[in-house]
Design a protein around this ligand. Structure first.
Ligand code: OOG
Ligand code: NI
Length: 461
């Protein structure tokens, strides 16, 4: 089949993201309310802040604002993760980053499946935070085996989605009708089932070890546990939640409010208590599914990230206070972090995408080394620097989100060593280093901008 009759991975991802959103709104009506709240706040923020509206339009970021979402799922076995990696590849999503949550007492390690290049991100940046349960962290050997046996008996994929994934892999793509069918079949994996696969006693035993273990092991599949729209003002969204009948988690995770937002700020509403039917027809309750809001800022370089991690660690002792007190303490501590785009750029604390403005000129006075040429063209307004949006996650924030939905004080086994190699073995490939992706986007945009204005030159940076 000629490749131009294939549906593009980005368009399959786009259809999948909206199908997931529709399914989740039906499953968790409060998520629909959250979407309405975020849409209201974004509209108000853009009206009140025309500079932000203009900057986002200029960077081609307005269109994707309303489709911006991430979700999260948790799987039980390496084989499940391996098949998921193949399923996400159909939609142009690759595993980026490694997150060790065991350090925070959550017995999983994770990666994020997401599109990686600028064009794909601009169409639809949908990503899924995907965690693999670490059964090795269950101390009781009998319970560990029991969990492994239960997981070995389930198949979280429909037979048809397996066929379509194989078709994609052999043919190099899916035709339009197959792509639609793929989306319909793929979302089945993430659907909620109110019937547990185990009896109540087994559920209780696993939940006593860790609530997350029960959530992963006792159901037919990795139900989507939250979806997350992107807000332009998370403080306003957090404050407005009670008015919309939503109870927010205690504090907003991530950096404080700033003139130039960095990385990612997140808050969520508490997981719903849902009724579950256990084998043997016992009825019980389970909390797993919630809603989250994110506000994204500029991606940081390794230097910027080291500064962020140091300042955030200094703020942890204030976390038990109210959100207002915590945010005030955080803002004080983060005064050390430069808060204007130009300083962030010059000190190489954040990543930027460069764009040439206008046509090439035969300006022979242009400096020959790339660095000076770039600075001169920026100063002359002939090149623009757009902050690159952070597309990934933050381990400390993720731990806070997990914990707020598992009941507070769940400690677990914090001592286990991280094992990126194990996760990669299950994935069948290494995870992509997020810093390398941002650095590549920056370097490539710089080269194209300079070539456009000065013609291709011998490149010396
Ligand atoms: C994932 C929690 C992490 C985030 O946005 O940091 C997360 C989970 O609860 O499965 O989604
Ligand atoms: Ni999340």
């Amino acid at each position: 089949m000629p490749s131009d009759s294939f549906a593009s991975p980005a368009s399959i991802r786009d259809r999948f993201a909206s199908a997931m959103s529709r399914m989740y709104q039906t499953e968790v009506p409060q998520y629909g309310t959250l979407l309405a709240l975020v849409a209201d706040i974004n509209a108000r923020t853009l009206t009140e802040n025309p500079t932000l509206a203009a900057r986002m339009a200029d960077a081609n970021e307005l269109d994707r604002l309303s489709v911006e979402r991430h979700g999260a799922i948790r799987v039980g076995t390496p084989a499940e993760l391996s098949m998921l990696a193949r399923l996400f590849a159909v939609m142009g999503m690759a595993p980026v980053g490694y997150y060790d949550l065991a350090a925070a007492g959550v017995p999983v390690h994770s990666t994020a499946f997401r599109p990686v290049d600028t064009a794909a991100l601009a169409i639809n940046p949908f990503r899924l935070f995907t965690s693999l349960l670490r059964l090795d962290l269950i101390e009781d050997a009998d319970l560990r085996e029991r969990a492994a046996d239960i997981l070995a008996q389930r198949d979280i994929f429909t037979p048809r989605v397996r066929e379509l994934i194989e078709r994609f892999e052999t043919d190099g793509g899916l035709a339009e009708a197959e792509a639609d069918e793929f989306v319909t079949e793929a979302i089945e994996t993430f659907r909620w089932h109110e019937n547990a696969t185990v009896d109540y006693a087994t559920y209780e035993a696993l939940a006593a070890e860790h609530r997350l273990i029960a959530d992963v092991v006792c159901f037919r599949g990795p139900h989507i546990n939250h979806l997350t729209p992107r807000t332009l003002d998370i403080d306003a969204a957090q404050a407005a939640m009670p008015e919309y009948g939503i109870t927010p988690k205690a504090i907003i995770e991530g950096p404080p409010q700033r003139a130039v937002p960095i990385l990612l700020r997140q808050t969520s509403f508490k997981a719903l208590e849902e009724s579950i039917r256990f084998a043997g027809d016992t009825e019980g309750r389970h909390t797993a599914r919630f809603g989250e809001i994110e506000q994204r800022g500029v991606a940081l370089t390794p230097d910027g990230r080291a500064l962020y991690d140091r300042l955030l660690a200094a703020a942890q002792t204030y976390k038990s206070t109210s959100n207002a007190d915590y945010q005030a303490a955080l803002a004080g501590i983060f005064e050390e972090f430069p808060d204007d785009l130009e300083t962030l750029r010059r000190r190489e604390l954040a990543y930027f995408r460069y764009e040439a403005v206008g046509e090439a000129t035969s300006d022979t006075s242009a400096p020959t080394d790339d660095h000076s040429a770039l600075e001169a063209l920026l100063a002359a307004g002939r090149i623009k620097a757009h902050p690159i949006v952070y597309e990934d996650f933050l381990p400390v924030s993720a731990a806070g989100i997990f914990q707020s939905n598992l009941g507070n004080g769940e400690a677990g086994n914090g001592a286990a060593a991280a094992s990126q190699a194990e996760l990669e073995e299950a994935l069948g490939r290494p995870v992509i280093d997020p810093f390398a992706l941002y650095a590549e986007i920056e370097a490539e945009s710089k080269r194209i901008a300079l070539d456009t204005l000065l013609g291709p030159r011998a490149t010396a940076v």
